[in-house]
Design a protein around this ligand. Structure first.
Ligand code: COA
Length: 173
């Protein structure tokens, strides 16, 4: 299995090219990740520069899956919570490069994200994902509970409406 590394701000900026390729290929592949087509690599770089800033502030923990010196997958833990939710974190933007899918890497990333969240004292994790997409099954197999679906919550990159399913998972600390 490839290594998973937590990237600080400097390491995030150093991996900008790989991260941007990962993200733009993922959006171009049709995943609902907050962005619309066309999604040029420059826009992906702007996105990751924002993530690097958030990592630097301590608002996001960025986990990167590395193979042969390149980042081929990532997931983020949003840990900036209001004072009344110190036990919670958001799992965001799980992605594996299209060339690396089907090898169990998403599970590897999610397991690492859960371990990291627990190590930071977060016992309740929340995420959302496009309804009817493969990721739903992944989360259900990993023990996440389905809270419900919001119809038409977002858009797919091509503009079609995208229902969104919300999940939660309680970790034993
Ligand atoms: C969702 C995603 C992260 C899965 O990554 P992956 O590394 O290919 O997934 P894995 O190899 O770990 O597969 C995990 C399980 O999902 C299944 N699976 C993966 N892709 C699938 C697909 N396209 N269709 C059906 N099942 C699929 C696998 O068979 C496996 O099931 P199993 O453990 O019961 O055998 C990847 O497809 C991706 O980056 N998609 C675009 C972004 C996205 O949708 N992110 C999630 C929402 S934010």
């Amino acid at each position: 299995m490839p290594d998973i590394r937590i990237l600080d701000k400097t390491a995030t900026l150093a991996a900008l090219r790989d991260l941007s390729d990962l993200f733009s290929e993922t959006v171009r592949g049709g995943a609902s990740m907050g962005y619309m087509l066309p999604f040029p690599p420059e826009d992906a770089e702007i996105y990751w520069c924002g993530v690097a800033e958030a990592v630097g502030r301590g608002d996001i923990v960025l986990l990167a899956l590395e193979e042969a010196g390149h980042v081929v997958g990532s997931v983020q833990i949003g840990v900036a919570m209001p004072p009344n939710q110190p036990h919670r974190a958001d799992i965001k933007k799980l992605m594996v490069h299209p060339h690396q899918r089907g090898r169990g890497l998403s599970r590897h990333l999610m397991d690492a994200a859960e371990r990291e969240a627990a190590a930071r004292g977060r016992s309740l994790l929340v995420l959302d994902t496009a309804t009817g997409e493969p990721a739903e099954q992944i989360y259900e197999h990993l023990g996440w509970s389905r809270a419900g679906v919001i119809p038409g919550y977002a858009l797919f990159p091509d503009g079609r409406p995208c229902d969104t399913t919300f999940y939660h998972k309680t970790l034993t600390l």
